[in-house]
Design a protein. Structure first.
Length: 288
């Protein structure tokens, strides 16, 4: 008779749930980190993860979510694309356990986890006003996203707290992509009043701002102050390093899985919205 070590696993633990993750894999620089955090938290809870790439477009997202449902997932973690309301409405109507991740929506009928935007962006504006900037521009994100609208509100709040008047001529939409941000930066720099500082509403748009400033020979930090929202490795390696608000991506992933597990265990509990606080990361791009 052969003795078996008590440390040997005779079989894998049973899978508790199958979680579908729907997100634009290439849409954001932090997608890989977010997915790793989700997979780690799911594995710890004994859950399988099925990844589906939405391409960050509404039409693809609807098809992807239908595919996840057909694959009999028990719940969905969704990073909504612009214009995702019909998809979210369908998930809620069908009673599919769902958690919106990062890009939260202005609704209270679904679980959500994201980072705080309004007061966080206001703090970026105040940081610039403390450097005596008065002509502070904003490169805003895709206007169909609630997070973009919240960051605009944060910009306006920061101006108000500093006793500055909101000037529509200092705001341009960068559509949450580098090309859009390049065009928005050019329009602001060619306009009047020309900003001495820019708040950039997400990490992907910082690339476009950097490009346009370099193309014009403008030195960021000394001739144009730039601050942003997001966590990009390259932003810490460029010179000058970019002053940003860093999202707690790993915590977002872990908390999203926890919320979904709670929803699947208790489908009737009230929906919950969780806001995590971003961390201020100082660089020299703000001129200090």
């Amino acid at each position: 008779m052969t003795a078996l070590s008590p440390d040997l696993r005779l079989w894998d633990p049973p899978v508790t749930y199958r979680i579908g993750v729907a997100m634009g894999v290439s849409a954001n620089p932090y997608s890989g980190e977010l997915l790793r955090a989700i997979r780690a938290a799911a594995a710890q809870a004994g859950c399988d993860v099925v990844l589906a790439d939405t391409g960050d477009t509404g039409s693809d997202e609807a098809e992807v979510v239908r595919g996840l449902r057909a694959d009999l997932v028990d719940g969905v973690l969704l990073v909504p694309s612009p214009g995702a309301e019909p998809v979210i409405n369908g998930l809620v109507r069908m009673g599919v356990p769902t958690v919106l991740v990062d890009r939260v929506a202005a609704r209270n009928d679904v679980d959500q986890v994201g980072t705080e935007n309004v007061h966080a962006v206001a703090s970026l504006v105040r940081h610039l006003t403390e450097r005596r900037h008065r002509k502070i521009g904003l490169i805003s994100g895709d206007e169909s996203l609630e997070v973009s609208r919240e960051r605009v509100r944060g910009y306006r709040l920061g101006l108000e707290q500093a006793g500055l008047r909101f000037n529509r001529e200092l705001v341009e939409c960068g559509f949450s992509n580098p090309g859009g941000a390049t065009r928005a930066t050019a329009k602001l720099l060619d306009g009047w009043p020309s900003p001495t500082a820019l708040v950039v509403a997400d990490e992907s748009m910082l690339v476009g701002v950097q490009y346009e400033a370099h193309r014009r020979g403008i030195r960021i930090g000394s001739e144009l102050a730039v601050v942003g929202y997001g966590d990009m490795d390259w932003a810490r390696r460029v010179s000058p390093a970019v002053t940003t608000l860093v999202q707690p991506i790993a915590d977002l992933g872990r908390r999203a899985v926890q919320l979904l597990m709670s929803r699947m265990a208790d489908p009737d509990r009230p929906p919950e919205s969780v806001w995590l606080t971003p961390k201020f990361l100082h660089g020299a791009s703000c001129g200090c």
